[in-house]
Design a protein around this ligand. Structure first.
Ligand code: PFF
Length: 486
């Protein structure tokens, strides 16, 4: 069977950008920059982008394009003993997908609520008690499925299913071509309106105010590198799958630069957007910015609704803001499930529809665990483990494989033979030495912190069990020799 292909270069870049731009850019980056030195954070962030983000993106694009395979297939072709790494990555991707869909579902609910600020004045109580119905639950005592959440999650699944079953060109590419321009226009329009509100510029100044003392802190560097891998969707099977649909001999270097720069540029825009809202809110409420900043779920579903209540024309700005969140989340969700679907298709030689039915069907059922009363807590725990242990270990082993076991200088020559412009030995140096050392430091620090300090007061056994189970499944993925890869 001939492998599907992107219809155009722009289509591929928009899909890759769609994957990269996600909730990480909107609710993680602004807070991270603010907390880790403001303007000074750009030094480690840009350093991480140049030494790890761009080279690793070039590496993944070239491997996917050369071997025309999802993660397990491509890694097997690089070295026959490394198929398990691909399956581990696919397992991590699937695990992230089944909880990310819950967040996209909540964002859909909040999009609807935002037309008349249906969350009322106490947004905290609304989100946790009324909407999630969170009681004295825990990640192991989930309560029951909440139908209002299951319904919106089903909508998110349905859109993802439509994109994936539509195929690479008619489904994913077409959706990305619609979604990405809309997202940019929405965010630019929001910034244009909000930056002129009283206090908005103070908020933005706050985010960018440099605190150079922070750049000597190892944690700040770890945060910058961790964010780069997550935000670029590299190292956990997505970009390998997407680049496997590139036509032969298509450029790699320029495409990678564009994807990275558009994504990181968008993060800065998102930071300006979020901090203008926060600055305005602080001014109206007579509070300090430090009292209103937040990240993650708290930012999106408690602070932003509270800020929307105070905005002029909240029935317009609110829906645009939440629609942007939905679009950013959906395009990432599509990419992460496509990474799983393409891996199964490659291994079993099944058709797209059958594979999507099985993968998304199982995903739907499993994701219902996050639609329960305690779903948020489970999500928090699983998210922490997949991001900090799962993704970082995948990235580290993949880089070591691709740069020490496979010959990186051959890859560079291959990349240069097909790309618009050439790259030099800095590529080898960054990938062989700088990036693995930093990844190893991050991984050891994270494991150490988890073992000594724990996380969020949870019983962490479940987190470790999930990581362990993913390794076992990955081992089976390799051991089960079904048919040869094409
Ligand atoms: N690059 C994405 C982000 O920054 O949100 C990371 C991601 C998360 C991709 C979840 C896909 C996904 F399903």
């Amino acid at each position: 069977m001939k492998r599907e292909q992107w219809g155009s270069r722009a289509g591929f870049i928009l899909a890759a950008v769609g994957s990269a731009i996600g909730l990480g850019n909107i609710w993680r980056f602004p807070y991270m920059a603010y907390e880790n030195g403001g303007g000074a954070f750009f030094i480690p962030y840009l350093f991480a982008m140049i030494t790890a983000g761009i080279p690793f993106m070039i590496l993944e694009f070239s491997m996917g394009q050369k071997y025309k395979g999802s993660a397990p297939k491509t890694l097997t072709k690089i070295h026959e003993r490394f198929e398990w790494l691909g399956w581990f990555q696919v397992g991590v991707a699937f695990t992230i997908g089944v909880y990310y869909v819950a967040v996209v579902g909540w964002a859909i609910s909040y999009f609807v609520l935002s037309f008349n600020q249906g969350w009322g004045t106490d947004t905290n109580a609304y989100f946790f008690s009324t909407y999630l119905n969170l009681g004295d639950n825990s990640p192991t005592n989930l309560g029951s499925v909440q139908w209002q959440i299951a319904l919106v999650m089903a909508i998110a699944w349905a859109i993802t299913y439509a994109a994936i079953v539509g195929g690479v060109k008619a489904g994913i590419e077409r959706m990305s071509k619609i979604m990405m321009p809309i997202l940019f226009v929405m965010v630019l329009a929001l910034i244009a309106r909000m930056i002129v509100l009283p206090g908005a510029l103070d908020g933005v100044n706050y985010m960018f105010k440099p605190d150079f003392s922070k750049i000597w802190d190892v944690k700040v560097w770890a945060a910058a590198y961790g964010q780069i891998f997550y935000t670029l969707s590299i190292g956990f099977s997505i970009m390998l799958a997407y680049s496997s649909y590139l036509p032969e001999k298509s450029d790699v270097t320029n495409n990678a630069f564009m994807t990275v720069l558009i994504n990181c540029g968008f993060s800065i825009l998102a930071g300006i957007m979020i901090f203008s809202v926060l600055g305005y809110m602080a001014q109206v409420q007579g509070k300090a910015i430090t009292d209103v900043v937040s990240a993650g779920v708290g930012l999106a579903f408690v602070t932003l609704p509270e800020a929307i209540n105070l905005l002029p024309a909240p029935y317009i700005l609110g829906p645009v803001l939440f629609f942007a969140l939905v679009v950013a989340g959906l395009s990432s969700l599509i990419s992460i499930l496509e990474a799983v679907v393409s891996a199964i298709m490659d291994k079993f030689h099944w058709g797209r529809k059958k594979t999507a039915n099985i993968v998304l069907g199982c995903g739907f059922i499993i994701s219902m665990a996050f639609a329960t009363n305690g779903g948020l807590l489970l999500l928090d725990l699983v998210d922490h483990f997949t991001n900090n242990i799962g993704i970082i270990s995948c990235c580290l082993i993949e880089i070591l494989l691709m740069t020490w076991i496979a010959k990186i200088s051959d890859t560079r020559r291959y990349v240069n033979s097909i790309s618009d412009f050439t790259i030099s030995v800095w590529f080898d140096v960054c990938l062989r030495f700088v990036t693995p050392v930093i990844l190893a430091i991050i991984l050891v620090t994270k494991v150490h912190t988890l073992l000594t300090e724990g996380y969020g007061g949870y019983d962490l056994s479940l987190g470790w069990i999930i990581i362990f189970a993913l390794w076992i499944i990955a081992g089976f993925g390799e051991a089960y020799k079904y048919k040869e890869y094409e």
